[in-house]
Design a protein around this ligand. Structure first.
Ligand SMILES: [Mg+2]
Length: 504
């Protein structure tokens, strides 16, 4: 059904799964560091000379503090986040596979949050180290539930905040591992699963009043007959993108107009600009952007949680005459009823949120309350691929389009896979959908996104596109990497976090 990319890391994925599932059930309740390994490295267990050894184990969970001094150029600045340094609390699941198989993932932060985020990821090591690669990749739903169910860590959430983002980083690293092992990009790996296998990835706890397992199966079975044709379309023509690159709050009017025109010339059908600092200034910038892109290109605005409900209504009403594609994050990401109230009072202007949505339960309530016109998932905010599949299924049930958030280092690389899964296997449509594109830092990835003519090309390299280059992991390690010992940081490394900046 799909083109299979060449790779020397292709691995059989079905082999001993049934046997290992049974072992997994037996061992899953026992913390890894307190039990003997399930599989040995005895060479006699190797199934084929020079071939894959199903005995490979997770040998380490490494964490790295990677920070980019993005604040120097004001890339990414918004009304609530004036000083971001795009950062990754980075995780590598290392194995003893003879080919060096490893899974890469990260939680996105904007700088100092990496101190806390990295510690949270490290705390999950006891749940992971010592497990077999086959048991994890053979039951990614069970693995995700293990990471979110540790009672002493769960107390810090439950299923929200730093501890949940840590679980998401490790779960996504496991998906990178599984996809590399299968020789497929993540979007293709999931899109080739049966509906039953996909629902097994989802934790339906707290969702069944809005979406049952049977309803999810119905959605997936309905989409199944068209999967092959849609995958071919995706590989041939890609997936629509919109761009935030012109609209950072710290940019001058001239730079906004120039980048907006460039975005149209590059083929983007929608651009997004930041608002929320000053209403008169926003009205002027919206008019500049509209004049630059003309009447037929979408113009979205993003307030990054800036307003209370009444302020949002007043501000949006002031900007609406310019013609808005949507208004993003008008208020607190937790305020479901506030979003519903804003949406009701500014209709037909469309309201969106979700990049700071903490878990599937919040997304469920946004949909139940009729609070949004558009959902914006983030690949590194919730509990990894698994929880985002739950959110995509919820959105399909309620008929709300998903327009993924991707403003940050590596978020474009990850979330493209989720949007493509949605198209091929869940909603079956790209109508009204586009993946955010921000033109920053892609050069640091082994498999960077490819955007051509305003569309994401489907990844073909096995994995989750999450892996940064070794040179980047060395140079941008904080605080010792060379990037943090070059002017202007040599005398004051914190300087990068004290300048004006923004986020999407
Ligand atoms: Mg945003």
């Amino acid at each position: 059904m799909f083109n299979r990319a060449d790779t020397n890391t292709v691995r059989p994925i079905e082999g001993d799964i049934a046997h290992e599932r049974a072992n997994f059930q037996r061992f899953r309740q026992t913390p890894c560091l307190h039990r003997p390994p399930m599989y040995s490295r005895d060479p006699s267990h190797s199934p084929s000379p020079g071939g894959y050894m199903p005995t490979a184990l997770i040998t380490a969970l490494d964490t790295l503090d990677i920070r980019f001094p993005t604040s120097l150029e004001l890339d990414g600045s918004d009304a609530m986040n004036p000083d971001p340094d795009y950062s990754a609390a980075y995780v590598i699941l290392r194995t003893d596979d003879p080919d060096g198989l490893a899974g890469h993932g990260f939680a996105f932060t904007i700088g100092r949050g990496n101190d806390v985020q990295r510690a949270a990821i490290q705390s999950l090591g006891r749940l992971v180290i010592g497990r077999s690669v086959a048991e994890i990749t053979g039951d990614l739903g069970g693995f995700a539930r293990i990471l979110t169910a540790d009672s002493q860590l769960r107390w810090l959430g439950p299923e929200k905040g730093v501890v949940h983002m840590a679980a998401g980083a490790v779960i996504n690293a496991a998906w990178d591992l599984a996809a590399k092992r299968a020789g497929k990009p993540v979007w293709q790996l999931v899109s080739e699963m049966t509906p039953e296998q996909i629902v097994d990835l989802v934790d339906f706890r707290y969702l069944t009043d809005a979406l049952t397992r049977d309803e999810a199966l119905h959605i997936l079975h309905t989409a199944a007959p068209g999967r092959a044709a849609r995958a071919e379309t995706l590989l041939a023509t890609g997936y629509p993108a919109y761009t935030t690159s012109p609209g950072w709050l710290g940019y001058s009017d001239a730079k906004l107009a120039r980048l907006a025109r460039q975005a149209v010339a590059d083929g983007f059908g929608t651009i997004k600009i930041k608002v929320g600092r000053d209403v008169d200034e926003d009205a002027r910038r919206v008019e500049i952007a509209r004049a630059a892109i003309g009447p037929d290109i979408g113009l979205a605005v993003d307030a990054n949680q800036r307003w209370d409900v009444d302020a949002a209504v007043a501000w949006i009403s002031r900007l609406a005459p310019a013609g808005l594609a949507w208004v993003e994050e008008p208020t607190s990401p937790d305020d479901i009823l506030g979003h519903a109230e804003i949406r009701r009072r500014v209709a037909p202007v469309r309201i969106s949120t979700g990049e700071h949505g903490q878990n599937r339960i919040l997304f469920k309530q946004l949909l139940q309350a009729g609070a949004v016109d558009i959902l914006q998932i983030d690949a590194a905010r919730v509990g990894g691929v698994n929880e985002n599949l739950a959110i995509l299924l919820l959105a399909a049930k309620f008929g709300v389009p998903v327009v993924p958030h991707a403003g940050g280092v590596g978020l474009c690389e990850l979330v493209q896979h989720l949007a493509m899964i949605d198209y091929v296997a869940i909603s079956g449509t790209m109508d009204g959908r586009a993946i955010e594109y921000v033109d920053h830092l892609h050069e640091h990835f082994r498999d960077p996104v490819q955007v051509r003519g305003g569309r994401y090309l489907a990844p073909r390299t096995p994995g989750f596109s999450a892996e940064m280059l070794p040179t980047t992991l060395a140079a941008y390690a904080y605080p010792d990497g060379i990037a943090w010992h070059t002017e202007p940081f040599a005398d004051n490394p914190a300087a990068a976090s004290t300048k004006e900046y923004e986020i999407s």
